[in-house]
Write a protein that binds this ligand. Structure first.
Ligand code: TRP
Length: 343
């Protein structure tokens, strides 16, 4: 006799994929703009967070540093609150499916669309002595990262939206040739929209590769260094604390307000209100305190984790196994569709 079991499976969780490149000291901007938001997503979604080392070598790296930073990034993910019991965390190069799908998607991407990418234009201007083919096809590898996991949402900052767009274009092109192979992912703009700007040129994004270390706050900076950097942030000579996001002359103050808003969870307008009439010195000191208090617990946990290499290794090995299993389902399908002999 057939058993009559009525099951009502729970709605499967939507999947999230994101990652950061281990290319330099992780900044406060990376934390507030990306990693902090990932923590909030881990209960509602099935989350996969990777350390994107394959992308990192599009710009020359010191091998020993890259290796060290990849592990540091993992420790930082966990210290920031990403739970290895809930999320898959792995090193991109540990799952060969990324490079494999990346190659295939190269054959479905046009030179013209890659030439339009603003990040390529920026980076090739900054690294004029090393405009390599990997830098050019960077967005294709990123598309592979995302599409391998049938990802629903990709939490990113505004500067990455063009990459999500091209990923969707490539996926749609492939699907229209071969049927429904890839889920079409969507970018998920971080809640605060916090784009943290350089402390020295607040019209530029805070970047870990900035030549001037005073321009960015590293999550690894000493607390007194963090405070000093904030106190010497570029502002303006108007001397009023107002949040005017569209006024470029206020870029410095806007940025400090955004940072304060992101670390306290308050709205920028209410921060401006709270400090209106105060001097910049008082405000900067308050921002410095708030940032240090945000970084402190993460750093304490980080300092503990980074010493426990065996624990970290366990996490990334497990992560790679799960990532491999998920990615290979997609890769197999792709191989079949394009006509490779599948054993
Ligand atoms: N390009 C991203 C950055 O520089 C890093 C990245 C690589 C990524 N592959 C990804 C982010 C896939 C999200 C999803 O920030």
């Amino acid at each position: 006799m057939e058993e009559n079991i009525i099951s009502t499976p729970a709605e499967p969780k939507k999947r999230i994929f994101s990652g950061v490149q281990p290319s330099g000291n992780i900044t406060l901007g990376n934390y507030l703009g990306a990693i902090k938001n990932w923590v909030d997503l881990q209960d509602k979604y099935e989350c996969i967070y990777a350390m994107m080392d394959l992308h990192t070598i599009t710009v020359r790296q010191t091998p020993a540093e890259l290796r060290k930073r990849t592990l540091e990034l993992l420790a930082l993910y966990i210290a920031a609150g990403i739970d290895p019991e809930k999320c898959i965390m792995f090193v991109q190069s540990h799952n060969s499916a990324h490079a494999e799908l990346g190659w295939i998607l190269n054959c479905y991407t046009y030179m013209g669309e890659l030439q339009r990418m603003t990040q390529f234009k920026d980076k090739s201007a900054r690294h004029a002595d090393n405009i390599n083919a990997g830098l050019f096809t960077y967005p294709v590898l990123m598309a592979a990262d995302i599409l391998l996991y049938q990802t629903d949402y990709v939490p990113v900052g505004k500067d990455q939206l063009q990459h999500i767009e091209i990923c969707r274009d490539i996926a749609n092109r492939f699907n229209s040739l071969y049927g429904n192979v890839f889920k079409i992912p969507e970018g998920l703009l971080t809640k605060s929209g916090a784009k943290i700007m350089s402390l020295q040129d607040p019209t530029k994004k805070m970047s870990k590769s900035d030549e001037n270390p005073k321009a960015f706050i590293s999550m690894m900076d000493d607390f007194n260094v963090i405070a000093k950097k904030i106190k010497s942030a570029v502002t303006d000579s108007e001397g009023v604390i107002e949040y005017r996001p569209d006024d470029e002359s206020k870029a410095g103050i806007n940025n400090l307000i955004s940072i304060m808003a992101a670390v306290t969870g308050k709205a920028p307008e209410s921060i401006a209100q709270e400090f209106s009439g105060q001097g910049y010195g008082v405000f900067k000191a308050a921002v410095a305190d708030a940032v240090v208090e945000t970084v402190r617990p993460i750093r304490e946990e980080y300092d503990r984790l980074i010493k426990d290499k065996a624990y970290l290794q366990g996490i990334y090995k497990n992560g790679a196994e799960s990532a491999h299993r998920l990615a290979n389902r997609t890769l197999k399908k792709v191989y079949k569709k394009v006509g490779f002999v599948v054993e």
